[in-house]
Ligand binder design. Structure first.
Ligand code: 6PG
Length: 244
């Protein structure tokens, strides 16, 4: 991995506009090189404005969306029509507005009672869709981070089988408990990983992850050895960083 890039934007709007352009360009490059692109989406509230920008002009017209494979880095164990569903949020804000081939939308089956079975099923789907090196290298992985330094559904104090690509896990604190999540092993195989971090509430965790060698937040586990890692943050989230 090249050193992680940290890009600080004046405000959330500038952050999401820059992220739309960067990620669209990455997807376009993948489409040019391989005729297809794999895009791993994140959940939470932060990405909604970004998804809406990506679904609108000029990106709506600019990209060949029918050749993009959509995945999710994690999912809450809820039905797809639940307001809690990461799939549901991205479907409403982005995918439903684009000429996406339905067979290219690979959601995690959050509605299954058995989260471990859902995790194994998702891992098998990933193997089927991207039968390249093990684990596959997604073209673009989008991630957020909680105030506790979690990313995807990799929460502090939880443990997962590091050999697996997708596992069941438990959220801690006030968030929806049962989860299915990609693991660092799979996320770190990506070609390009982007964190989108906005707001003062994330400032402490961001400073710990980026500048405290002693911190062991799960977000810090995301260090793609041969891919690019870019932290795209707004000034509020970056307010406690020593180096800006
Ligand atoms: C989820 C997400 C999670 C999210 C962080 C930040 O399922 O909640 O995948 O990892 O990115 O919790 O969420 P906000 O963007 O809402 O702060």
């Amino acid at each position: 991995m090249l050193h992680p890039r940290v890009e600080v934007y004046d405000n959330a709007d500038a952050l999401f506009r820059a992220a739309s352009e960067k990620i669209a360009a990455m997807l376009e490059a993948a489409l040019r090189e391989r005729g297809t692109a794999s895009f791993v989406l994140t959940g939470g509230n932060t990405p909604k404005p970004f998804y809406e920008l990506l679904a609108a002009t000029p990106y709506h017209e600019r990209l060949d969306w029918s050749h993009i494979q959509f995945f999710w880095g994690d999912e809450r164990c809820v039905p797809p029509d639940s307001p809690e569903s990461n799939y549901g949020v991205a479907w409403k804000a982005l995918i439903s507005k684009l000429p996406v081939a339905s067979e290219n939308v690979h959601r995690i089956s959050g509605e299954m009672d058995d989260a471990e079975k859902a995790a194994l099923q998702y891992e098998a789907e990933i193997r089927r869709i991207i039968p390249d090196s093990s684990p596959p290298s997604f073209d673009v992985v989008l991630l957020g981070m909680g105030e506790d330094g979690h990313t995807a559904s990799l929460f502090p104090g939880t443990h997962w089988n590091e050999e697996r690509w997708v596992v069941a896990n438990q959220a801690t604190g006030r968030l929806t408990a049962n989860r299915v999540t990609m693991t660092p092993r799979l996320l770190n195989a990506a070609r390009n990983v982007f964190f989108l971090i906005s707001g003062a509430a994330k400032a402490k965790a961001l400073a710990c992850v980026l500048e405290d060698p002693a911190s062991d937040y799960p977000a810090k586990r995301i260090q793609p050895p041969s891919g690019n890692l870019t932290w795209m943050v707004d000034k509020e989230a970056a307010s406690l960083l020593k180096k800006q």
